[in-house]
Design a protein around this ligand. Structure first.
Ligand SMILES: [Cu+2]
Length: 223
């Protein structure tokens, strides 16, 4: 019960990719719920139906194996696992696909302990520290985050995107999303990276492309 209730705490996705992940969660949940109800139901039924009744002296009919039953309870879980595997692989392929013509490409560098966001094609850079976490603007629509780390492995995680990606020193990983509506989304580091790991929050505010452009112009003017 607790697992099902906590499962409903999954944030509602604000990206097209996150919605794909949500759909996959739902399919897993309902299949698991079905397996639970059938298994627990059969156990409960057997306990009640075949309990010892007054006057029962003999053992029930004894038998060693039942090939048909054994094949069935092998085949059903196999089929479920194969279906879930295929659905997961398809969702992963969709989620990892690059978005066409991103409205903004942001180079993100994680470091102990904060985040640097640099907008490709501009000089604009926002650097966060534990004392003053970064707050950045992005336009709604397609976004590409190119991620790397200056020191150890961190993970770029915006819970409402429902996807996270490791940032690895010396390598660039990529996270593409389509943000569907304006809003403010909290982010954090999701890979333990040292003493101030918990002090790496950041905020992404998605605004209309026009608002984003004027913010970007203001930021460039300040440099
Ligand atoms: Cu970190």
């Amino acid at each position: 019960m607790a697992t099902s209730l906590l499962g409903s705490c999954t944030p509602r996705a604000v990206t097209a990719q996150g919605r794909d992940v949500n759909t996959l969660y739902d399919i897993f949940f309902w299949i698991a719920a079905g397996v639970f109800v059938i298994t627990a139901g059969l156990i409960a039924w057997s306990i009640i139906r075949y309990r010892a009744k007054p006057g029962d002296e003999d053992l029930p009919k004894q038998f060693r194996h039942n090939l048909k039953l054994e094949i069935t309870w092998f085949a059903i879980p196999q089929a479920i696992v194969i279906v879930l595997f295929v659905l997961s692989a398809l969702t992963l392929t969709d989620v990892n696909e690059r978005v066409p013509e991103p409205a903004a490409t942001v180079n993100v560098t994680a470091y102990q302990w904060g985040w640097r966001f640099a907008y490709e094609g501009t000089d604009v850079e926002v650097v966060g520290t534990p004392q003053q976490p970064a707050e950045i603007l992005v336009p709604t629509g397609n976004l590409a985050f190119l991620l790397t780390s200056a020191d150890v492995v961190h993970a770029f995680y915006v819970p409402k995107f429902l996807i996270k990606r490791d940032t690895i020193p010396g390598r660039t990983t990529r996270l593409d999303v389509a943000v569907e509506a304006p809003g403010t989304f909290d982010g954090e580091c999701a890979e333990f990276c040292g003493l101030l790991h918990h002090r790496m929050p950041f905020t992404i505010e998605a605004v209309s492309p026009d608002q984003f452009q004027s913010w970007l112009d203001d930021m460039s003017a300040e440099i």
